[in-house]
Design a protein around this ligand. Structure first.
Ligand code: SF4
Length: 214
């Protein structure tokens, strides 16, 4: 993890992390940006979030937008139609059930439409400053298994296995490090093992073909 920290220094920050930094970790904006980011490239997430937040920055302001208006603002994020509906329903729940505040427990976050463990963990880490959560997406799941830290089939299984396999002090930043590494070096196909700073520590489980260095 220390080697990765040095290696990712200078690489482009992740869209949701950047939004969290710029918006002083505003839980609502972190939540919405995380919902938008699912299966969407970082640049598209950042641009869509900016357009949406220019029009509405709070649950009270966003809940009055029509689904069609939200669709237009967030297009072309993946599944923009579903996400626009989830955003509308999530805002209704936040305003109606939680007094306009994004909940700060896993159990409550999981009751919001479109919010799974990945989104809930990231909101708890980035917005509520939790040190007790690990956010696992496909990058974290893939790399943890390639490294042999886990031997799991799903991101949810990987999350639970990582609590046992890693030191607590890394939990809130595992996502940042491994996602950045996964986007740049340990890519889903043809990972760049030849230029990987942790190749001597990595058994490369399941890696059949590596990419060519530039
Ligand atoms: S050595 Fe290859 S498989 Fe292992 S972490 Fe680095 S890029 Fe990924």
């Amino acid at each position: 993890m220390r080697r990765l920290a040095r290696a990712i220094d200078g690489l482009e920050a992740l869209a949701v992390e950047k939004i969290a930094d710029e918006q002083q970790a505003d839980p609502f904006q972190v939540l919405i940006a995380t919902l938008l980011s699912a299966q969407t490239k970082d640049a598209v997430t950042a641009a869509a979030s900016e357009r949406l937040f220019k029009v509405a920055r709070t649950p009270e302001a966003m809940v009055v937008l029509t689904v069609q208006k939200t669709e237009r603002l967030i297009y072309p994020v993946s599944f923009y139609r579903n996400k626009a509906v989830h955003i509308k329903r999530t805002c209704e729940q936040i305003v109606g059930r939680f007094g306009g505040r994004v909940p700060s427990t896993m159990e409550e976050l999981l009751t919001l439409p479109g919010v799974g463990r990945k989104t809930a963990n990231l909101v708890l880490i980035l917005a509520h400053r939790s040190n007790s959560n690990i956010c696992v997406d496909t990058h974290v799941h893939r790399i943890a298994n390639r490294l042999g830290w886990t031997n799991t089939r799903t991101p949810d299984e990987t999350e639970q296995a990582l609590y046992a396999a890693t030191h607590r002090r890394w939990w809130p930043i595992i996502n940042l490090y491994l996602v950045t590494w996964g986007q740049n070096v340990c890519r889903p196909v043809y990972p760049l093992c030849g230029s990987c700073v942790i190749r001597d520590l990595c058994p490369r489980i399941g890696v059949e073909k590596v990419g060519k260095e530039k």
